[in-house]
Ligand binder design. Structure first.
Ligand SMILES: [Zn+2]
Length: 255
């Protein structure tokens, strides 16, 4: 069995021992509870985030995983029943308090992974303020390269199945495969369908934000979910975790 690294599963003496032995890096994800097409559960981005945070922490070594912030900025998905959305201000308040708490205990490198597209821009905008909220000497590192995530998914899906053009970034073949890998019992494979397949340009993203997701994709998918497989899902998670771990390893100053 893997060594326990989830902070919330430990006792306080265990966390104390980790800190005293030099484990002062902590990773957490900012996910979402929002619609993911007719075939995926609402907690897709939250669960994906936890899986990524665990892999990244294990790759970094000497790192723990703090609880995923499970709800994120999903206003553009509110047309779809079940979606829960925080304003950017609420997400910032939560992240600020998370980072401040972790730094007060002695964590000196805090790594934040957005596992939901709508959290990238708010996190980019708040990162300097998060750095002001922590104990001096603590670094707050935020990964905010959304185009790189889509690129990785497209490359992995293309290599694994030749269906890279089905990646659109939301409930598509890549993300559906990720959920199939993590929660096979919660994916309705018979409902996996094509969604909006327009190229994802900055103008297209502006339209989603201003008009709502349902205006560009009535079924809630961008890309095409057909062709999903657990094999593709595991490869997508691993490839993204590799890139994230490399990013944080390069960016952090401590050991
Ligand atoms: Zn998602």
């Amino acid at each position: 069995m893997n060594r326990e690294i989830f902070l919330e599963r430990m006792t306080w003496p265990q966390v104390k021992a980790h800190l005293e032995s030099g484990t002062t890096t902590v990773v957490f994800a900012c996910g979402a509870v929002e619609q993911h097409g007719p075939h995926l559960p609402l907690f897709t981005d939250a669960e994906h985030g936890t899986a990524l945070a665990e892999k990244v922490a294990r790759k970094l070594g000497n790192a723990l995983v703090a609880p995923t912030v499970r709800v994120g900025c999903s206003e553009h998905h509110m047309h779809f029943p079940g979606t829960i959305s925080l304003t950017a201000e609420t997400l910032e308040a939560v992240c600020r308090d998370y980072c401040a708490s972790l730094s007060r205990h002695g964590f000196r490198t805090i790594c934040i992974i957005p596992s939901h597209g709508g959290n990238f821009a708010p996190l980019e905008a708040m990162k300097e303020r998060l750095r002001e909220a922590v104990v001096p000497g603590t670094e707050v590192l935020v990964y905010t390269d959304l185009p790189e995530v889509i690129e990785i998914w497209r490359r992995v899906v293309q290599e694994a199945s030749g269906l890279g053009d089905r990646v659109g970034g939301h409930a598509d073949i890549a993300e559906s495969s990720v959920m199939l890998a993590l929660h096979p019992g919660l994916v309705r494979q018979e409902e996996a369908a094509p969604g909006c397949t327009e190229p994802v340009t900055p103008e297209f993203i502006r339209r989603i934000i201003s008009e709502g997701f349902h205006k560009v994709s009535p079924n809630g998918i961008i890309g095409d979910a057909r062709g999903l497989s657990a094999e593709i899902g595991h490869r997508c998670i691993d490839a993204l975790a590799d890139t994230l771990a490399e990013y944080f390893a390069t960016a952090r100053s401590g050991p």
